[in-house]
Write a protein that binds this ligand. Structure first.
Ligand SMILES: [Fe+2]
Length: 255
């Protein structure tokens, strides 16, 4: 029997189920939970690459990530997020970001499967609800940004954390750039669609551009994100496989 345990404020939920042995009914419950809670996590799963891919395919076609080397020829769609002992600087993706926002058609979801993580308490990942962050914004900002688009780049501020891994893919890794609306309507809800780690500017001139950029996008919105994140930090389990499933880029809810 699948069990759903929502976090505080309904930001994320734990799903108790064995993903190796999952029914169509379970999948439809997982889809509903994903729409409602935005991020789901499944503790202590023992998924092989094959089962991981099989599970992912229930939610759509798999995306090819253009910037990192795939796991191997058999599973090119699994990318390895790894910190090697000779790596310097911050860890991979160590800043608030939305995955692949710098592509023209970002994937709808991201899945993270832990394989080897640091000792307890040293590998937390924070997630945040951009729906709640939107709700917290003053109306004047909601009006101001209503039709504004932002520019994102794979070479944005967070790229310092990914250099080592990107290099391994080879020489021809081009900068990827995109433009997306800052707010989006998904079914009847509104959400911020933003990534401080990849943000490089607004696509059109707006009044007080610099002030808004620094204050609202980088500082104020991040504080809202963080505030809503405090409800839950995932403490990855050492040596045991956990799976996180995150809603990233939606124009409508999944059915
Ligand atoms: Fe990420």
């Amino acid at each position: 029997m699948l069990k759903i345990i929502p976090n505080k404020k309904n930001i994320g939920a734990q799903i108790i189920v064995n993903l190796k042995d999952i029914s169509n009914k379970d999948i439809s419950k997982i889809k509903k939970a994903l729409n409602k809670y935005g991020m789901l996590y499944f503790k202590e799963q023992k998924l092989t690459s094959k089962l991981f891919i099989k599970f992912a395919k229930y939610f759509g076609n798999l995306a090819n990530y253009p910037r990192l080397k795939g796991l191997n020829k058999k599973f090119p769609q699994i990318t390895v997020v790894q910190r090697k002992s000779k790596d310097k600087g911050p860890s991979f993706g160590e800043q608030f970001h939305t995955d692949s926002i710098y592509t023209k058609k970002p994937p709808r979801f991201t899945m993270l499967l832990s394989k080897l993580v640091p000792k307890k308490g040293k590998a937390n990942t924070e997630f945040c609800s951009q729906y709640l962050a939107y709700k917290e914004l003053p109306n004047s900002i909601k009006r101001k940004f209503k039709n504004i688009k932002a520019k994102y780049s794979s070479e944005g501020p967070i790229s310092v954390t990914t250099k080592e891994r990107v290099k391994e893919k080879g020489k021809n890794i081009k900068e990827l750039k995109s433009t997306h609306k800052i707010f989006r309507k998904i079914s009847t809800n509104h959400s911020i669609y933003c990534s401080p780690g990849h943000f490089v500017g607004f696509s059109s001139k707006i009044k007080n551009q610099e002030k808004l950029k620094n204050f609202y996008l980088i500082i104020k919105l991040r504080r809202s994100f963080s505030f809503h994140c405090l409800g839950k930090k995932i403490n990855w389990l050492y040596g045991i496989t956990d799976l996180c499933f995150i809603k990233q880029h939606l124009s409508k809810e999944i059915e």
